[in-house]
Design a protein around this ligand. Structure first.
Ligand SMILES: [Zn+2]
Length: 477
C-alpha cells in the first residue's frame, strides 16, 4: 500500500466531514445571469473540441474558444437521476437520495435553484427527460419548471391547452418525430423565457435539459445521414431499448448507430447555437455565465457493452464541461484538471456571489476558471453505478488512475489511465493507492443511505403516463 502525504488526504477527509465547501466569494457589483445547459448522454470524446474527428459540435466548439474547457469532467454516476441530483445539490447520490425512481431529494437538502432563488434570482427550467421530473424533487427552487416530458407526448396528450407561459406552445405532432425529437421544444421554452429577461430587475438562472442524444437515435434530416451511410436503414436507431443492449448487431449496424448518435448530437448542437445567438441578440451575452455539460456518456461496445448505467468506464462517466463568462475567464482556455458534478453548484454560486451552503461537498472552480495558474490540487472523483439489482459499483478516479469495486462480486478493477486511457489493461498483483479512500467513501455513503431510508421524503407516486414513458426509455420493465 502506498503511503500518502497529509496534503493528499486532507481534502478528502474534509469532504467527508462536510467541511470542504469553499468560502463565499465577494459579491460582484452586478450579478451575472446563469444559463445552465445539460445535454443528456453526451460522452466527451464525441465532442469536436475534445478531439472527435467528426464535426458534431460546431456551436460548442465555438463556445470553447470564447470560454474555458475542462478536460476531465467526471459525472458521479453513469445514469441520469443520481447525476442530475448531484449537479443540483453538490452531494453524492446516497446523500441527496435520488438513486432510483422510487426516491426524491432527502428532506432538508438545499438545491442550486432554491439557493439562487432565495438570493434574488429568477429561476426557470425545462426538461425533456421524464426522469428529471418535478415528482422527484428536481423542480425544487424553480419558479417555473416545465417537465412536460415529451416522449410519447403526442399519444399521451401531455400538453393540454396552450397558455401564454414559457414553453406552453405545443409543437405540431410531426415535429416530435419518431421517438421524439425534442430539442425544438427546449428552444421554444428558452426563447420565450429569454425574451422576457431584457431589462429585467432580477438576474436569471435558466436550466435547459436537451435529451435528443439519448436513445432512440432518431435525428431528423439532414442529420440522420450526415455522418455516414453503412448500408443500414436509419430505422436501426428505433427500438433500441426493446431490443436490449445485448442484441447481436452486425458491424455495419453498429457503425450506423454511432452515426445516428452523432447526428443527434449535431442536431442538439445546432439548437444550442440558436439559444446562444438569442443571448447575443437580446444583449444578454456579456453578463451571462453559460455552462454546458452532460449527465453521463454512452458506451458503443468500447468494453463489449452498449448504452449506459451499467459500468464506470470513461465512455460512460467522462463528460464535457464548457463554461463562458465574458470578461472574467480567459477565452480559449483548456484546463487539464479533473472535476466532478458535485463541483457545479459551488462554482455557479461562487460566480453569482451567493454564499455556498455548508452541505456542498464540491469545490468552486471559479478561482481556476479566472486564473488557470491558480492552485487546484488533484482531488478524487467518486463514482457509482447502482442502476438495478445486477449492478452495484463504486469507483474512485484521479487523472492518472481509477479503481472500481464491484460490490456484488466483491472484486476490484484498477487502471493506470496515464498509460491506458482506454481502460483495456486492468492492473493486477499490485497495491491500489485508491483503495483506502474508496473504502472510506463507500462506508460513508452506506451510512448516508441508511440515514436517508429513515428520513427521506415521501416516495413519489408515478401515474400511468409517467410509468409508460419510463418504460419506453428502458428504465422500468
Ligand atoms: Zn441521462
Amino acid at each position: 500500500m502506498t503511503a500518502h502525504s497529509p496534503t493528499f488526504w486532507l481534502p478528502f477527509c474534509l469532504a467527508l466531514l462536510g467541511m470542504a465547501g469553499p468560502s463565499p466569494a465577494a459579491e460582484p457589483a452586478v450579478r451575472p445571469n446563469i444559463l445552465f445547459i445539460m445535454i443528456d448522454t453526451l460522452r466527451a470524446d464525441h465532442v469536436g473540441c475534445y478531439g472527435y474527428s467528426r464535426p458534431t459540435t460546431p456551436s460548442l466548439d465555438h463556445l470553447a474558444t470564447e470560454g474555458v474547457r475542462l478536460e476531465q469532467m467526471m459525472s458521479v454516476s453513469s445514469w441520469t437521476m443520481p447525476s442530475v441530483g448531484s449537479m443540483f445539490t453538490s452531494l453524492y447520490p446516497s446523500q441527496h437520495n435520488i438513486v432510483n425512481t422510487q426516491c426524491r431529494f432527502a428532506k432538508g437538502v438545499t438545491t442550486l435553484a432554491s439557493t439562487l432563488r432565495d438570493a434574488g434570482y429568477r429561476t426557470a427550467g425545462v426538461t425533456t427527460n421524464p426522469l428529471v421530473h418535478s415528482k422527484f424533487g428536481y423542480a425544487d427552487g424553480f419558479e417555473v419548471y416545465d417537465d412536460f416530458t415529451v416522449m410519447l407526448s403526442a399519444d399521451l396528450d401531455l400538453f393540454g391547452d396552450a397558455t401564454d407561459g414559457p414553453g406552453a406552445a405545443a409543437p405540431p405532432n410531426e415535429e416530435l418525430g419518431r421517438g421524439g425529437v425534442t430539442s425544438p421544444m427546449v428552444n421554444r421554452f428558452a426563447e420565450g423565457f429569454l425574451a422576457k429577461q431584457q431589462g429585467a430587475d432580477k438576474p436569471f438562472f435558466l436550466f435547459l435539459l436537451y435529451f435528443d442524444p439519448h436513445a432512440d437515435y432518431v435525428p431528423p434530416a439532414p442529420y440522420n445521414t450526415m455522418f455516414g451511410d453503412y448500408g443500414v436503414s436509419p430505422e436501426i436507431g428505433v427500438g433500441i431499448y426493446p431490443r436490449g443492449p445485448a442484441h447481436p448487431y452486425t458491424p455495419a449496424e453498429k457503425k450506423q448507430i454511432v452515426s445516428l448518435y452523432d447526428g443527434e448530437i449535431r442536431n442538439t448542437d445546432e439548437h444550442i447555437g440558436k439559444v446562444l445567438a438569442t443571448l447575443d441578440r437580446l444583449g444578454l451575452h456579456d453578463n451571462t455565465v453559460v455552462l454546458v455539460l452532460s449527465d453521463h456518456g454512452e458506451e458503443f461496445w468500447d468494453h463489449d457493452g452498449f448504452l449506459h448505467g451499467d459500468n464506470l468506464f470513461d465512455e460512460q462517466v467522462h463528460v464535457p464541461l464548457l463554461i463562458r463568462y465574458p470578461g472574467q475567464f480567459p477565452p480559449g482556455t483548456v484546463l487539464p484538471h479533473q472535476a466532478s458534478h458535485i463541483d457545479v453548484m459551488p462554482t455557479l454560486l461562487d460566480l453569482a456571489g451567493v454564499p455556498i451552503p455548508h452541505q456542498c461537498l464540491g469545490r468552486s472552480l471559479a478561482p481556476v476558471l479566472r486564473d488557470p495558474t491558480a492552485a487546484f490540487p488533484p482531488r478524487i472523483a467518486f463514482l457509482e453505478a447502482q442502476t438495478n439489482s445486477h449492478t452495484d459499483l463504486k469507483g474512485a478516479r484521479l487523472p492518472d488512475r481509477k479503481l472500481v469495486h464491484d460490490r456484488l462480486a466483491d472484486t476490484y478493477t484498477a487502471f493506470a489511465l496515464a498509460n491506458d486511457p482506454g481502460e483495456n489493461a486492468p492492473l493486477r498483483d499490485q497495491p491500489f493507492p485508491l483503495l483506502p479512500p474508496l473504502r472510506q467513501w463507500t462506508e460513508e455513503m452506506d451510512r448516508a443511505h441508511l440515514l436517508q431510508d429513515a428520513t427521506a421524503g415521501a416516495v413519489p407516486v408515478l401515474d400511468q403516463k409517467h410509468l409508460q414513458q419510463l418504460k419506453a426509455l428502458g428504465y422500468l420493465r
